[in-house]
Design a binder for this molecule. Structure first.
Ligand code: AMP
Ligand code: TRP
Length: 332
């Protein structure tokens, strides 16, 4: 790989991505490919910390892989692979687990949230999840990790684990830093614009999925909750309109004054239709590309096999050194 800083990120294969995941996360990973060495991974091993139906997990993992490619992650520029294909993550995880404190893991808010949500299955994997996440990152000695705010606590812990290892065994790991996106818009629910757009929302109208067809997208925008005024301006208190404006701005590149001018004197109906059409046009090529990829299983397999081989080659060198430092007998 070229001598550039290394980016690592991963996403769990739990259902289809939303417009929020796309605008807030995945879309920002694309241009990084030209500036950095990028390694992106579908975190299927993290997904089983909550119960998954095996056939569905397999399907979701392949779909997530194809979807990242359809969004523009190019396996020729970046290493794109499936976590469970590269055993170095689990191997490193063990050593890191032995350098992670019970107290540290107990303080993780995601663990507290998820164990409350699934009280009948508070498993050890859910508890040690951040150690596996640290292994994902440290197996490549990544410099930067693009993550949303919800993952910052885990990244902080990964740094602490790396630091502790370096103190005990001698300087080795790079301390990974969060990569903060340039104001990646936070997309709100179309039905309750004070809440984040989320795929776990019960109301399907609240959320645009990146694989929704044009009619569905337009229908969901038509039903979007707004306010009782009739003015398309970005102003405090107009959460629904603000959200639609921020979405329209993200997909067209127009700024708020331009949008206000474009829709001066027009009604909410016209605006909602325009937003729906702009989003549908923006997502259409992704859907076409996804359909092509998901029906070409041989090509997908070739990509994820090569991705796994590259990831293994890279990380196994690092993990062998860690095993040596930890005091394990070398095998060759
Ligand atoms: P999640 O689906 O919550 O695991 O999030 C995966 C990534 O998408 C994270 O980096 C989040 O910060 C980002 N993300 C999720 N929902 C939204 C949203 N409504 N607006 C912006 N970014 C989001
Ligand atoms: N925990 C992350 C999430 O739920 C996904 C993830 C797994 C990850 N391993 C990672 C993110 C390593 C960044 C780096 O969104």
């Amino acid at each position: 790989m070229e001598d550039k800083k290394l980016i690592f990120s991963a996403i769990q294969p739990t259902g289809t991505f939303t417009l929020g995941n796309y605008i807030g996360a995945v879309r920002n990973w694309i241009p990084l490919q030209d500036e950095y060495n990028c390694i992106y991974c579908i975190a299927d091993m993290h997904a089983i910390t909550v119960r998954q139906e095996p056939a569905k997990l397999r399907q979701n993992t392949l779909a997530a892989y194809a979807l990242l490619m359809a969004c523009g992650i190019d396996p020729k520029k970046s290493i794109l692979f499936i976590q469970s294909h590269v055993n170095t993550h689990a191997l490193l995880n063990w050593v890191l687990c032995c350098n992670t404190q019970f107290g540290e893991l107990s303080r993780m808010t995601q663990f507290k949230d998820k164990s409350q949500k699934h009280p009948d299955d508070v498993n050890a994997g859910l508890f040690t999840y951040p150690s596996l996440m640290a292994a994902d990152i440290l197996a490549y000695n990544a410099d930067f990790v693009p993550v949303g705010v919800d993952q910052k606590q885990h990244l902080e812990l990964a740094r602490n684990i790396a630091q502790r290892f370096n103190q005990r065994y001698g300087d080795f790991f790079t301390l990974p830093e969060p990569y903060i996106m340039e104001v990646g818009a936070k997309i709100m629910s179309l039905q309750d614009p004070t809440k984040k757009m989320s795929k776990s929302d019960e109301n399907p109208n609240s959320c645009i999925l990146i694989l929704d067809d044009k009619d569905t997208i337009i229908r969901k925008f038509k039903r979007a909750v707004t306010d009782s005024e009739a003015e398309i301006v970005y102003r405090e208190g107009k959460d629904g309109i603000n959200n639609l404006m921020s979405i329209y701005s993200a997909v067209t590149g127009k700024d708020y004054p331009e949008i206000e001018k474009e829709f001066a004197g027009k009604g909410y109906g016209d605006f909602k239709l325009a937003v729906g059409e702009a989003v549908a046009d923006n997502l259409a090529p992704i859907r076409t590309e996804f359909d092509k990829l998901i029906s070409d299983k041989a090509y997908l397999k070739q990509c994820y096999t090569e991705g796994a081989q590259q990831a293994y080659r890279y990380s196994s060198r690092i993990v062998s050194k860690v095993y040596h430092k930890a005091g394990f007998v070398d095998i060759k």
